[in-house]
Design a protein around this ligand. Structure first.
Ligand code: ADE
Length: 243
């Protein structure tokens, strides 16, 4: 997959592509990540990309002609153009999975200023990473690229994301490693006895417990198997006894 990021601050992506799983994925040919300077598409000798808002008001507005040229110059037949904006659809795991199906995604970032409204007609989808406003779309573009890249074949071991929170529809079960005892807290006994049937049952139950306590909205959408129904009933009884 190719990821192209249209930004006014391409150097913000240097660290992102030079470390860890993203770096290794690029080296292995799983994906490419290219940060492209929107200013390269300015017709202005000062490389201006924005102008004052029509009708007056504070701040500057990213110009439609510059962004249109930047998109057209980088877009292929199979590109999917994604605009980073707090007004967009809230990003989630399913969208990350959907994005992996595209040969190329182009992530369009604004910075400080708003976008000229007409820019929206050149994008396929508008995406927000949450109900808060950042100074620009660069961090959202990194968050989205990161979540998409880790799902691509050969980026990480498949087992590493199969049990992820959200990919199963439940939050992930708790994990532990050595030391077995620390500051009065111990690793649950069941994880130390090597009985994989019991371990899987424990993990399923704790995943249900976490989801029930923290994200009951996810549980409402989740179809419980007979075994899961039984485990959830046990969880609820245990919680009622704790009260
Ligand atoms: N640009 C500024 N804030 C944003 C957000 N929350 N999501 C996506 N793009 C943004």
């Amino acid at each position: 997959m190719r990821i192209k990021i249209l930004t006014l601050f391409p150097s913000m992506f240097d660290g992102f592509i030079q470390e860890s799983i993203i770096k290794r994925s690029i080296e292995k040919g799983v994906c490419s990540v290219e940060a492209i300077d929107i200013r390269d598409y300015s017709n202005n000798k000062h490389r201006h990309v924005d102008d004052t808002p029509c009708g007056g008001g504070a701040g500057m507005v990213l110009a439609v002609d510059v962004v249109d040229r930047a998109i057209k110059a980088n877009k292929g037949d199979n590109s999917y153009v994604v605009m980073m904006t707090p007004q967009g659809k809230t990003f989630n795991h399913q969208m990350a999975l959907d994005f992996t199906k595209h040969e190329e995604i182009i992530l369009l970032c604004g910075h400080y200023e708003g976008f000229d409204e007409r820019i929206r007609s050149y994008v396929d989808i508008e995406v927000s990473i949450g109900d808060f406003v950042l100074t620009g779309g660069e961090i959202p573009a990194m968050a989205i690229s990161d979540s998409v890249i880790r799902l691509l074949d050969n980026a990480i071991k498949k087992e590493s994301h199969e049990d992820d929170s959200f990919s199963t529809g439940l939050l992930e079960y708790p994990q532990y490693t050595r030391p077995i005892e620390y500051d009065g807290m111990s690793v649950p006994e069941v994880l130390l006895n090597g009985n994989h049937k019991l371990i899987n049952q424990y993990r399923k139950k704790e995943s249900l417990r976490k989801t029930y306590l923290r994200r009951p909205d996810l549980l409402e959408k989740y179809e419980l198997s007979k075994e899961e129904e039984k485990l959830l009933k046990e969880v609820k009884e245990e919680l009622a006894n704790e009260e």
